[in-house]
Design a protein around this ligand. Structure first.
Ligand SMILES: Cc1cc2nc3c(=O)[nH]c(=O)nc-3n(C[C@H](O)[C@H](O)[C@H](O)COP(=O)(O)O)c2cc1C
Length: 259
């Protein structure tokens, strides 16, 4: 999906192409957005702005997505776009834009703000895996690599089931905000070994990186400190150290077997 195995995670209203470019030296992917694509999700985002949250509310969200992705065409980072929508058609269109630019389309099943959940976006999709699967399938049909951003600690939601559902709908990746339940990453990795698992929440240093990679995550992501180059460098170094060690131990295991 991307190298190095460090992603910049969406921060609504902040994570645009300029932000991605600023972090590109130490990240393999950058999740722009979240961007509200249709009328109802945009109305919810407007309500969030009214209570002082930063949101992207360009006049034409799909044109915005295309322009942001195009401006990253020469950047050394794989772009991704985190989307919210109450309807399938704009997800399809965004996925087509992503597919044409080798970008990842990420379905947001993560945001917990009441305004977004009330219109059926964000975290509410975790309770409606059928509809979540429809978004994933629609985006995958357009040829985009699809990721689904999820969070743990949502009552009545078993992320292992969610991960199985999105994989069978055609997702390539699941981006897990593990909150204070880090071992859920291991459960997801064991249940859906073919999904690319990006572990998120409080990834800041060697210890937090190693914890998630030891659980089997394929990559980690950084949200709140994603504009801090010291954090990104530290995380990248720790990720590369972990993968170098694991390649070394695989080699010595192979030597043992061949002897
Ligand atoms: C101000 C703010 C805005 C966010 N906006 C989004 C968003 O639009 N979409 C999304 O999937 N996650 C969003 N997140 C969640 C982050 O991507 C990330 O999952 C979370 O902050 C935990 O990671 P961290 O500990 O590295 O910050 C947002 C987080 C913050 C603090």
């Amino acid at each position: 999906m991307f190298e190095p195995r460090v992603a910049l995670a969406s921060l609504s209203g902040e994570s645009d192409a300029e932000w991605a470019r600023a972090g590109a030296d130490d990240a393999g992917a950058a999740f722009l957005g979240g961007i509200a694509l249709d009328g109802d999700s945009r109305a919810a985002a407007r309500e969030l702005v009214e209570r002082d949250r930063a949101e992207f509310l360009p006049e034409d969200p799909l044109a915005f997505v295309a322009a942001e992705l195009d401006s990253l065409a020469d950047a050394p980072v794989r772009p991704a776009v985190n989307v919210r929508s109450t309807t399938l058609a704009p997800v399809r269109e965004a996925a087509r834009l992503c597919a044409d630019r080798d970008a990842i389309l990420e379905v947001n099943a993560h945001c917990r703000q009441a305004e977004l959940c009330a219109v059926g976006c964000g975290e509410s999709l975790l309770r409606d895996t059928e509809r979540l699967g429809e978004y994933v399938a629609a985006a995958a049909e357009e040829g985009a690599d699809v990721s689904v951003k999820v969070r743990t600690e949502v009552e009545g939601v078993d992320l292992v089931e969610t991960a199985r559902a999105v994989e069978s709908a055609g997702a390539e990746a699941v981006h897990v905000d593990a909150m204070d339940s880090e071992p859920v990453v291991r459960d997801v990795v064991e249940a859906v070994p073919d999904l690319f698992v990006i572990a998120n929440n409080e990834v800041r240093d060697r210890e937090s990186v190693r914890e998630y990679l030891d659980y089997g995550a394929d990559a980690v992501s950084v949200g709140r400190p994603s504009a801090d180059p010291r954090v990104l460098r530290r995380v990248r170094d720790a990720v590369e150290e972990w993968f170098a060690e694991s390649a070394g131990s695989e080699e010595s295991n192979a030597d043992e077997v061949s002897r």
